[in-house]
Design a protein around this ligand. Structure first.
Ligand code: PMV
Length: 340
């Protein structure tokens, strides 16, 4: 069967911020108030096909084999409508998106999801946009998604109100430094509070928010320098400092925001114990209870083995760093299964 006229398939990898973004300078344009630096995770990806069809009466969105509903549907459909407007495409789109990690793992990532969606939508509609412009589009949906357009080590600067073109930039490709991230899954439940709601509540109510905004540029710059220098312990200490500062400020919100589960604390103690025994491992957590442990290619198997035995850990994923987001030949009948 011939593919429809306008169609593209893209894959993007998830990422984990070592210097965290938490807080918006412009809520409606989704502009971060602080800079962030991430590593791209080669083991976690989203593959998305966007195809425009004459017969559709609205955009159709399928995520992990199920029709998207509510906020998940409207966020995807709104993005498709923006791309249709920019490209002058009148037909609606069918969007089929698949994660290569278990749906119930609690790892469902808006970063890889929106990066793959934006790339596929832009390519399918034949807009001649470079990766930076697509990164800015992804950032407008989910700031962390801007970073998932690039592989390796990636930075997203802070912006100011009204600056709609902000995009991420690559600090270095994955080949610069073959680090690993071991993910300890402690809960498969959906997030208690979406990151946007969490950061807006923090900005409005946490006494530490202004101090955080002042602290972040120095952490992000030092993280970037540690990456350039391949200084593992410096990078690891900054990574834990950024994560713990972010969670401390969220906990001090009213009502308090606590993303940790008991097993999160168990994993943190296990990481600190491993370090005292000479393994290279530092922990970070996003807006959820799972722990991502930054480690080296040399130590990752041992780190994964130890974390797998911590009480409450349901599974571990040992991830090398990932590459840039990419598209596949849109004339080929690409199966999402093959790309997993
Ligand atoms: O881009 P969002 O809305 O998914 O927010 C991401 C927030 C954190 O994951 C906690 C930090 C980050 O920089 O990725």
């Amino acid at each position: 069967m011939q593919p429809p006229f306008l169609r593209a398939t893209a894959r993007a990898f998830a990422n984990i911020a070592l210097a965290k973004y938490w807080g918006k300078a412009d809520i409606s344009l989704n502009i971060p108030a602080v800079p962030s630096v991430s590593v791209t995770l080669g083991a976690l990806s989203t593959t998305t096909t966007v195809s425009f069809h004459d017969g559709l009466g609205c955009n159709e969105v399928t995520i992990n084999d199920a029709p998207a509903q509510g906020r998940s549907y409207s966020r995807v459909s709104d993005l498709i409508d923006r791309v249709r407007d920019a490209a002058g495409v009148s037909t609606f789109a069918r969007v089929v998106s698949t994660n290569n990690f278990p749906t119930a793992s609690g790892l469902a990532s808006s970063a890889s999801g929106f990066a793959a969606l934006c790339l596929a939508a832009v390519k399918a509609s034949r807009l001649d946009w470079d990766l930076a412009r697509i990164s800015a589009l992804a950032r407008s949906c989910s700031a962390s998604a801007a970073r998932s357009l690039y592989g390796g080590f990636v930075r997203l600067d802070a912006g100011v109100e009204g600056c709609s073109e902000l995009s991420a930039t690559q600090i270095a490709p994955a080949s610069h430094w073959p680090l690993h991230v071991v993910i300890a899954i402690v809960s498969g439940k959906p997030k208690k509070l979406a990151s946007t709601d969490g950061m807006n509540l923090t900005a409005a109510t946490s006494a530490y928010y202004d101090a955080w905004v002042r602290l972040c540029p120095s952490i992000a710059d030092a993280v970037e320098q540690a990456i350039r220098d391949r200084a593992f312990d410096v990078l690891g200490e900054l990574t834990e400092r950024s994560a713990m500062s972010m969670h401390a400020l969220a906990m001090a919100s009213t009502p308090p925001i606590l993303y940790f589960e008991p097993a999160t604390i168990g994993v943190l103690h296990a990481v600190w114990a491993m370090r005292s025994q000479g393994l290279q491992a530092y922990a970070t957590m996003d807006a959820g209870p799972n722990v991502k442990v930054l480690t080296t290619a040399q130590d990752s198997t041992k780190v994964a083995q130890i974390l797998g035995h911590v009480a409450g850990v349901q599974g571990v994923i040992d991830s090398p760093l990932g590459q840039d987001a990419c598209t596949f030949d849109d004339a080929a009948d690409v199966s999402h299964e093959e790309l997993k």
